[in-house]
Design a protein around this ligand. Structure first.
Ligand code: FAD
Length: 398
């Protein structure tokens, strides 16, 4: 049997990994991405997991040093006092979204990467799915891979599943060496740091600076997040409302933040944090807000459509492997298509239960971490159940 034609919807980590690995096994692949320009992901940080960089290391001449910076420890502080609660040796590496994106895009090429294609609807055409785009165009293929992220149009239409608010939002931002004192820079620069609070937490870690072409440049920066419990309703709506009065669904960029919201961030930093934690938040030049959400599915394959990455399970970020899960969904799809000799239905039948098991286990893990970190639970330094990464169910023959 010949390999199927493939339309990939969404051209981020999941979509581009799928495009590359499916092209490599002989599929004719096109990618349809909503945004009119290549993605930047605001340059935010990602903890490197093996699955995330597998394509780079196995199929290109890229190295870890091309995309990431190392660290040697995990530090657990009380962020109210800046007292160390514990530390463990850990050699995590950190990358920036656009470094990974650019490497995957370089590997796939831009010829079959179609920007400005926002999926609006999937329709059935004699058993074959057709993707309808906002500009009026449409495509069909033997296999449709929907990698359109947490707000997936495909998941919403096929399964009626949307993300649910997790009960907290996160402030995010990046700090350059010159933005903070030398002491604060040194405090954060060689570790993944937790700043623990009774009902909240911060994380900070170094990430590389990346050029528009995806090359590392200059000194690393510090990437941070500070999670706030905010009940759904008026309080959340106020924070997520931008300076022109629009309630944003997912993120409020720095340039759109209402002045009072920014004041609240700086005010809370002064009231609740001390030492380097306070300085980091007070000095961050362009903080922005993202509401934290999850989505769970019971189905990842409908007809000849596969939902992968955040378009299937959307996990909150605490185990730092959402992008790794997305990439792994893609690799395993290619494995199953190869084993099924290009038979899409047979491949999806084998792939789906395996990936549902990974998605369920990973979501349960990050929800447990969120419970511990945001609601005063036990979060012991170095606890193996809270170690970053995917749970080990993917190769268990499920
Ligand atoms: P996305 O990256 O969301 O990409 C979806 C793509 O589809 C986008 O390019 C979008 O423009 C496109 N699209 C959307 N709708 C349409 C449409 N209708 N038509 C066509 N295209 C469309 N993961 C980690 O592994 N490590 C971390 O350290 C980490 N930290 C995180 C921190 C935060 C605060 C958050 C929110 C997430 C974090 N994640 C992390 C998770 C990670 O970002 C996601 O799991 C990962 O990006 C999922 O990749 P994806 O390709 O499935 O979806």
């Amino acid at each position: 049997m010949s390999m199927p034609t493939v339309a990939v919807v969404g051209g981020s980590i999941a979509g581009l990994t799928a495009a590359n690995v499916l092209r490599d096994i002989g599929c004719n692949v096109n990618v349809y991405e909503r945004t009119p320009q290549p993605l930047s992901g605001f340059g935010t940080g990602i903890v490197v997991q093996p699955e995330l960089v597998r394509y780079l290391l196995e199929r290109t001449d890229g190295t870890l040093d091309d995309v990431s910076v190392p660290s040697s420890a995990m530090h657990y502080y009380d962020a109210t006092t800046a007292h160390l609660r514990g530390q463990v040796d850990a050699s995590w590496r950190f990358t920036a979204y656009n470094a990974i994106y650019q490497k995957l895009l370089d590997a796939f090429g831009s010829e079959r990467y179609h920007l400005g294609h926002a999926l609006t609807r999937l329709t059935d055409e004699s058993g074959k799915t057709r993707c309808q785009f906002a500009d009026g165009s449409s495509v069909t293929a033997d296999l449709i891979v929907c990698a359109d992220g947490g707000g997936s149009v495909a998941r919403s239409q096929l399964l009626g599943v949307q993300t649910e608010y997790a009960g907290y939002l996160t402030w995010r931002g990046m700090v350059d060496h010159n933005d903070v004192s030398e002491a604060t820079w040194e405090f954060f620069s060689d570790a993944f740091t937790y700043g623990l609070l009774p009902d909240s937490h911060l994380i900070a870690y170094p990430i590389p600076q990346v050029t528009a072409e995806g090359r590392l440049t200059g000194r690393p920066r510090l990437n941070f997040q500070w999670y706030w419990n905010v009940p759904a309703g008026p309080e959340l709506d106020t924070l997520m409302t931008d300076s022109s009065g629009h309630r944003r669904p997912v993120s409020v960029r720095y340039t759109d933040l209402a002045a009072e919201t920014l004041q609240e961030l700086r005010g809370r930093a002064r009231a609740q944090l001390s030492g380097p934690f306070r300085e980091l938040i007070e000095r961050v030049p362009e903080p922005f807000l993202t509401s934290v959400t999850d989505a769970q599915v019971d189905t990842m394959a409908v007809g000849n459509v596969a939902l992968i990455g955040d378009a299937a399970f959307t996990p909150r970020p605490h185990a730092a492997a959402g992008a790794a899960k997305a990439a792994d969904d893609a690799w395993r799809l290619a494995d199953h298509l190869t084993e099924a000799d290009g038979d899409v239905a047979a491949a999806l039948r084998a792939w789906e239960p395996e990936r549902l098991a990974v998605g369920r286990a990973y979501l349960a893990k990050v929800q447990a971490m969120g419970q511990a970190l945001q609601h005063g639970g036990d979060f012991p330094p170095g606890a193996s159940r809270f170690r970053f990464g995917l749970p080990d169910v993917s190769r268990a023959g499920l």
